[in-house]
Design a protein around this ligand. Structure first.
Ligand SMILES: [Cu+2]
Length: 494
């Protein structure tokens, strides 16, 4: 009976489908002990769901890879379930794949354990797990289940009637009028009971669906609500898309991600001819930024923050600004101005820098495909065309890249270690202490450790994959001799 109820309800409920914007898959590059790995985590569209894990080893000495999902911090982050063995490709022995069930929403990590001829190694990749949509039921399945529901419900009523009317008749005997009457009453009662079960089942299903929808909304990008004060002070307030968000993600609990609580990107639209990368300060539940000189116009807002559990959020919004006569850019703040996103089909592979130097993208000749893990390599040259010798770390890293789609539906802030949040990566790498203890102690992990200036090569690379076809602009930001330089590249993704 219970099964019937559940089956039925499936049909009676229409589930909503919400489109997701962004770049949910995780692209990562790092060392598991002596082994250099490229890891891609394809996050499922629904939770619970199956994540596809791809691991490529840079060397041919890896023999076995085990993968397991865990919480990034808090209870469970040190207690892994039994790991799965990733399958080694027969054609390509340096390539391993596996599937993992992600059972819960939130900040997770995938631990990758490697065995090979150089011994054992391990790394952990932070994975923000959230459902991007509610899956609709297939029409054919819905139709089949609906038919079964009606068939079983009606069948149950008639069986109950027949049992009462003819259940203990002698062969050849015809049911009496009294029996027939009793049968009709039993059928009516059965119908009421069946309808009641269907109704309860629908209510149960509806409650589950509503919960799920709340979770989906909770993890949508929060909105950046802005006000302009005193001519150039931009005040930003984060507004979650579910009312529970503000209770759960407190601005005072945010953790810094490569030196700043917030990385604010203002990009002019349409065309992306101007970009600012700024670092507002927190003031209570808001963030404030004294804007630099900016022309009047429409700007897209992307603001990266990381909550206390290591979950990365990007606030999104638009702001229409008047001409700003503002502060001088200082510290880690940077800006870029140039040509609009090229409408042409050809990718741009050379970016001219202000001092006469340039950044050259080693793109290769192959077209760029969506949903493909790539390593974007860039060489930095001085004004004489030689490899730059004055590269310095910019916020602790060799470079920062922002991948933005022409329609502003995709924004990814990527580093040499990949698309993961650097703060989450530090949490994932600190296997010694549960929770965020290592963060509070400010212990740098190997990955995020700033390199000394004289160690920096004049090349920088970013593992990433575009989530869908379209036109994209890539902002590549490096620091040379105390100056942040931004090289801009346009790419067509198929
Ligand atoms: Cu960055």
């Amino acid at each position: 009976m219970r099964t019937i109820g559940i089956v039925v309800v499936v049909l009676l409920t229409t589930l909503s489908v919400s489109a997701h914007v962004g770049s949910p898959d995780v692209y990562f590059e790092g060392d598991a002990g002596p082994y250099h790995l490229y890891v891609t985590v394809r996050v499922p569209q629904v939770i619970p769901g199956i994540a596809e894990i791809q691991v490529r080893s840079a060397s041919n000495d890896v023999e076995r890879i085990e993968i397991v999902p865990m919480r990034l911090s808090g209870p469970g982050s040190n207690l892994p379930p039994t790991p799965d063995v990733a399958e080694r490709s027969k054609q390509d022995p340096q390539f391993f794949t596996g599937s993992l069930w992600l059972m819960e929403f939130g900040a997770l990590k995938v631990r990758v354990s490697v065995e090979g001829s150089k011994g054992k190694g391990e790394l952990a990749v932070p994975v923000p797990a959230f459902a991007q949509r509610t899956l609709p039921m297939q029409r054919s399945l819905g139709g089949l289940l609906g038919f079964l529901m009606v068939f079983l419900a009606v069948g149950l009523v008639f069986i109950a009637g027949a049992a009462t009317r003819e259940g203990n008749l002698e062969p050849g005997e015809t049911p009496s009028t009294a029996r027939k009457r009793r049968a009709r009453i039993v059928m009516a009662v059965t119908a009421v009971v069946v309808l009641g079960i269907l109704y309860l089942g629908k209510a149960w299903w509806g409650a589950e669906a509503a919960n799920y929808k709340r979770d989906v909304n909770f993890f949508k990008p929060p909105l950046a609500e802005t006000t302009l004060e005193n001519g150039n002070r931009l005040v930003i307030r984060a507004k979650g898309q579910d009312p529970a968000w503000a209770e759960d993600v407190k601005m005072e609990d945010l953790i810094p991600d490569h030196d700043h609580l917030m990385h604010l990107f203002l990009i002019s639209t349409p065309g992306m001819q101007r970009m600012w990368h700024l670092h507002p300060n927190r003031a209570g539940e808001t963030f404030v930024e004294d804007l630099p000189n900016m022309p009047a116009g429409q700007y897209e807002i992307f603001a990266d923050i990381v909550d206390k559990r290591g979950f990365p959020w990007t606030l999104v919004g638009q702001v229409d600004l008047p001409q700003i006569n503002g502060a001088v850019l200082a510290g880690d703040d940077s800006t870029w101005t140039g040509a609009a996103l090229a409408a042409g089909e050809k990718d741009s592979e050379i970016a001219q820098l202000a001092d006469g130097g340039r950044i050259v993208w080693e793109k290769g000749s192959a077209p760029i495909a969506a949903n493909t893990a790539l390593v974007f390599r860039f060489n930095v040259e001085d004004k004489d065309g030689n490899p730059a010798k004055d590269m310095e770390p910019y916020m602790g890293m060799a470079g920062h890249a922002e991948f933005v789609s022409s329609d502003m539906s995709v924004f990814a802030h990527v580093h040499p270690a990949g698309s993961v949040s650097m703060a989450a990566l530090e949490m994932a790498s600190s296997s010694a202490a549960p929770g965020g203890a290592a963060i509070e102690g400010n212990m740098p992990s190997g990955m995020a450790m700033p390199k000394a200036a004289d160690e920096l090569e004049p090349e920088v690379s970013f593992p990433y994959g575009f989530p869908k076809a379209g036109k994209y602009r890539i902002f590549v930001q490096v620091k040379r001799a105390g100056q942040v330089e931004t090289g801009v590249f346009d790419a067509k993704v198929e």
